[in-house]
Design a protein around this ligand. Sequence first.
Ligand code: UD1
Ligand code: MG
Length: 456
Amino acid sequence: MLNIVVLAAGKGSRMNSSTPKVLHHLAGEPLLGHVVRIAQQLIDQHGGTIRVVTGHGSDQVDPYVQSLGLDAVHQAEQLGTGHALQTALDQELTEHQTLVLYGDAPLVRIADLQLLLKAGSKSLAILTATVSNPTGYGRIIRDENNLITGIVEHQDATEKQRSISEINSGIYAAPTALFNELLPYLANQNSQGEYYLTDCVQLSVRAGHQVNGVTGSDKSIMGANDLIQLAELNQIVQEDRRHALMRAGVSLIDPSTVFINGPTINIASDTVIEPQVTLNSPIIIGHNVIIGFGSYLADARIGDNTVIKPYTMVESASIGSGAQVGPFARLRPGTTLSDATHVGNFCETKNVWLGEGSKVNHLTYIGDATIGSDVNIGAGTITCNYDGVSKHKTIIGNDVFVGSNTSLVAPVALGDGVTTGAGSVITTDVEAGKLALSRSEQVSIEGYKRPKKSED
Ligand code: UD1
Ligand code: MG
């Protein structure tokens, strides 16, 4: 059984942000969410508990931790990583082994952690990595027999120690009893005046326990200490996700410009994603779909063989199969387009159900409406759904022809087969099969002279 302790109380001052570091988003989710998902996978295998140590910004972080179904342990003062672990272990954690993760190091790999847990079953084990630029990290100190004897923080390191390229990831595993034995001996005599968890290494060696190093992938130890590093992590995550999609048969025309955010992205094969597309979870897209250039999709479901033309925005909406949407369409929350529907350029929909084969092709706003099948909504039609206080519904039957530039003043209902004349303002219900017209008769005035500009 495992105690997993996620350290997330630090200030993250290099972020220069009012949002606590661990709540900064990586690929659409807080950094901490990524770490907790990895921790949860280990708990599913080994059993045990996850505790998140929070402190700085806990008024924002604790509710997020609770939303993940976990307990936060409060570190009132952030006196260092060693003090943070001590705070968690004070909670009488009884599980045999303790694994320490960082809330700001979200790329750590399960395979590396499995090796670390093995290496840390009887003694302290550290996840290390060899990197080309070790600046800022703690350096791993080894003796002539290559055994780990200590970790020196960058700020406390000599020039010679700074040239060491093997660094500390900050991720450790050890028997809980060993941490309990070592932590009371930590001191804060260092350049930052903090209780360093890294000092457990030296203490362990002095107490006669060997310290094991497990070399992880250099990516998997990367943390986000500032917004530059956060952007670098995002590039790595995005590239992994793009590759996963392409391996699953989804074509990305210009992969580096497609952004895939959040945990649930499900796209079937033979779908093509054109450049400059953003996909925000949850996304479910069928087979043989085209997502056009510059489109933005968030919480969207799209059936097979549908074409989303360029610059379309879809939010909390569902589109059937064989539909065509865009270019420049905006589907707002609550939009459901059935199979074989068309929604064209400069059309906006909200809270709309559009029946099979119906078309809303040009310059139209449809809000709070239920529209049957095989309906044609003419160019420039507006549902006047809001009277300044409340929203009202427009209900349209099957096989209706709404003439161009019709205003449908809700609440209003058009029966099956209704036609409205172009330019009409429809304020009362129209019975099935009728033509509704509400415009004054045209007059053509003979001999009319246009005003002329005077000569001077
Ligand atoms: C730490 C390690 C360093 C390692 C690096 C890897 C120490 C002393 N140094 O340095 O060897 O190379 O991580 O990224 O451990 N935290 C708390 N409470 C505190 C202080 C920190 O919960 O009082 C949390 C932070 O939120 C963060 C993690 O611990 O998630 C690491 O803290 P940070 O200040 O980023 O440590 P580094 O200076 O990066
Ligand atoms: Mg750090």
